[in-house]
Design a protein. Structure first.
Length: 256
């Protein structure tokens, strides 16, 4: 029996909700249909315009290639068997630069996803005349095991802080990001209790009242999704670093 993908499960979840709409399933006007780059979902009676992006590519090979290039310039470094990558990197004088380079390499796709999501959310708000709706970027990670929640959330925070040349916020239409990460499990008290679900607010481009409204609505969606999936609701308010969190499949980096 074929297992449903995270995309398919989330689409079913949207149908389960009373105050949500899949934009692809709406009877669109001719003007709306001409705008091909619009978002995926409305939530909370169209208070939220949601664009969904998936991290489908396993970044292990790209990481491995980049690290191999770095190691090729270090003839005196030798290691055998299983070695923690961090143990290798910290041996270099410019270890921080190497970490940054590897981080940028494996999170490049998130930058492109942000650029697209921002344009799609703005276009959707314009086409549907929803100037006061909030834009939310939903990030689904089912199989990119190298992109752990802490790496993805760090990149999201970087993207929220990006500015245009004139000093304005670059992604001001994205008021929040919601990360659903089936690629990893959280373990508490030696029990696997579910997958990470993280809500990040764009504090830079939002007012306090906006942030409060967005957070309340997204936390409610988070609880409903956990219930729909039959998973333990691990609130975004919890610090992920305080718990054992591992990929469902451990990435293997082969260096020769």
């Amino acid at each position: 029996m074929k297992k449903n993908t995270l995309k398919e499960l989330f689409a079913s979840f949207v149908e389960y909700l009373n105050d949500a709409e899949s934009i692809d399933n709406l009877n669109l006007s001719s003007i709306q249909r001409k705008q091909s780059r619009i978002s995926d979902y409305f939530f909370c009676h169209r208070k939220i315009v949601c664009e969904q992006k998936s991290l489908d590519t396993d970044m292990t090979l790209k990481f491995q290639k980049e690290l191999s290039i770095i190691l090729s310039n270090e003839n005196n470094l030798k290691f055998y068997g299983w070695v923690d990558v961090e143990e290798i990197i910290r041996k270099f004088p410019e270890s921080d630069k190497i970490r940054k380079k590897l981080f940028n390499r494996i999170t490049k796709a998130i930058e492109g996803a942000f650029e697209e999501a921002h344009k799609q959310i703005k276009a959707t708000k314009d086409v549907f005349s929803l100037p006061s709706s909030y834009g939310v970027m939903l990030i689904l990670n089912e199989s990119s095991y190298l992109l752990s929640p802490d790496i993805v959330t760090r990149k999201i925070s970087e993207m929220f802080a990006k500015k245009n040349k004139d000093g304005t916020i670059r992604y001001q239409e994205i008021k929040a990001a919601w990360l659903l990460q089936l690629s990893h499990n959280i373990t508490l008290d030696k029990r696997t209790i579910g997958c990470p679900s993280v809500i990040l607010l764009n504090n830079i481009s939002s007012t306090t009242s906006e942030l409060s409204s967005i957070l309340n609505n997204l936390e409610n969606l988070e609880r409903q999704f956990a219930q729909f999936m039959g998973l333990y609701h691990f609130s975004s308010n919890n610090n992920l670093e305080d718990h054992d969190m591992r990929p469902t499949i451990m990435p293997r980096i082969n260096l020769h």
